[in-house]
Ligand binder design. Structure first.
Ligand code: SF4
Length: 428
């Protein structure tokens, strides 16, 4: 059976070449063809002897995953459904942000973690990808784009730290100077908070960037949104991140998707501030883009209020605008659609966002509008008489928080109300 060429480290190529009785420098030539010149068959390796090319073709599979489907967004985001040799499919997304080109790649076929807002989680889990399959997405993306990538985020389908060995190996392959030589600081691993994986990354001494999808700093709410919180609870996650930071001295990014009236309130922001205290953090707020269903989009005012609370508490915070909103850009949607299942737009948020300045949100921010809208929300929520589940209970609690915020703000000078409210809310 043929071996997948992208699984081979440089040392493996050296061993292979030695076994075949070829000169040592042939290993560098082969590695260059595969990792830098994007060859997908031995025939393309024209500076090798015919005999060696034939041996290579006999022993190895050099093919990239096959692109089954491509979607292109108006903003330039391109999403691909790709198929591996065994027929399994995953998604990868190429995002253009200015001159930078970022790839979001997948690490598993499906995902076993079942986050309640995620289409990938809803489609179940099939298998882990190998290191070569992960790295080949990178090479395929470069070939399709006809240029070098600027960044790669391990944030597509699957939880990277449920496949840690292959993920770390793929990074070593792509980073190795003899292979692709992609800069180590251009890798980001995004995890839902798997403690063992964070510890393994710390032990690996690979200085890649770490991002944590948090979405709630309250245990009950987080367990509801992300069942992984049951086995990797918040207090232990926090301790693990502090240990990671003590060892690496690296800033940690936190992804926080804002679901309207669920985790976007003053109370939730204060919980987040409490969780982040002592951690050198960067917070990405991702307003959920809803088209109906279980979760809804936060109001622009709620987003700004949340951001303001974090910033007042001293945390660098950005609002991310979703890329590729006109295509099935949220993780797992395209694969489900092609597989014939209903695409879960309502319960999916775009994990593959890149940072964009949310000027629109800033433009719409004014206190009067905020007050008007928030009062309406408060009224609506208070009118709910029955408790129909966790979301309803959360909304009621949030409504109470909103009311308290209003009472506190009543005595403040009008022009400073928003600011003062934010300060008071973080317990200053
Ligand atoms: S959000 Fe990530 S960890 Fe959660 S189910 Fe989806 S792919 Fe898995």
């Amino acid at each position: 059976m043929k071996k997948y060429a992208f699984e081979y480290t440089f040392e493996d190529w050296q061993d292979y070449i030695a076994c075949k009785g070829e000169a040592k420098y042939r290993a560098s030539q082969i590695a260059e063809w595969i990792w830098k010149k994007h060859a997908t068959s031995a025939e393309e390796m024209t500076n090798l002897s015919k005999a060696l090319r034939e041996k290579l073709q006999e022993d190895f599979d050099f093919a990239y995953p096959e692109i089954l489907l491509t979607q292109k967004s108006k903003d330039g985001t391109r999403k691909f459904l790709v198929k591996f040799a065994d027929g399994e499919t995953v998604e990868m997304v190429l995002m253009k942000y200015g001159a930078r080109l970022t790839l979001c790649l997948s690490t598993q076929v499906g995902c076993p973690l079942g986050c309640t807002f995620c289409a990938t989680g809803a489609s179940g889990f099939s298998r882990n990808l190998t290191a070569g399959e992960i790295a080949s997405q990178f090479l395929l993306a470069e070939k399709v784009a006809s240029r070098d990538l600027s960044n790669v985020v391990y944030m597509g389908m699957g939880e990277p730290f449920l496949n840690t060995e292959a993920v770390l190996k793929s990074i070593r392959l792509l980073n190795n100077e003899k292979l692709r030589g992609f800069g180590i600081r251009h890798f980001t691993i995004s995890t839902s908070g798997i403690l063992e994986g964070i510890e393994a990354l710390s032990a690996s001494s690979l200085p890649v960037r770490l991002a944590v999808s948090l979405h709630a700093a309250d245990s009950e709410l987080r367990s509801f949104l992300m069942p992984v919180n049951e086995t990797n609870p918040l207090p232990e996650l926090r301790k693990c991140l502090l240990d990671y930071q003590a060892k690496t001295n690296d800033r940690i990014s936190f992804e926080y998707a804002l679901f309207g009236e669920v985790n976007d309130t003053v109370e939730r922001a204060r919980e987040l501030v409490h969780f982040l205290r002592g951690i050198h953090s960067f917070v990405n707020l991702i307003p959920y883009n809803s088209t109906g269903g279980r979760y809804k989009a936060p109001t622009p005012e709620a987003v700004l209020r949340f951001k303001s609370i974090l910033e007042t508490a001293g945390f660098e915070t950005e609002i991310r605008a979703s890329m590729g909103q006109d295509i099935d850009a949220a993780c797992g949607q395209l694969r489900r659609k092609v597989a014939g299942a209903e695409a879960q737009t309502p319960d999916s948020y775009t994990r593959t966002d890149v940072i964009a300045h949310a000027n629109e949100l800033h433009d719409t921010a004014n206190i009067e509008r905020y007050e008007r809208k928030a009062k309406l929300i408060e009224k609506k929520l208070m009118a709910k008489k029955t408790s129909g589940g966790f979301i309803d209970r959360a909304r009621k609690r949030n409504a109470k928080g909103t009311k308290n915020a209003f009472q506190k703000r009543e005595h403040a000078p009008k022009a400073n109300r928003h600011k003062l409210n934010a300060k008071k809310s973080v317990g200053k």
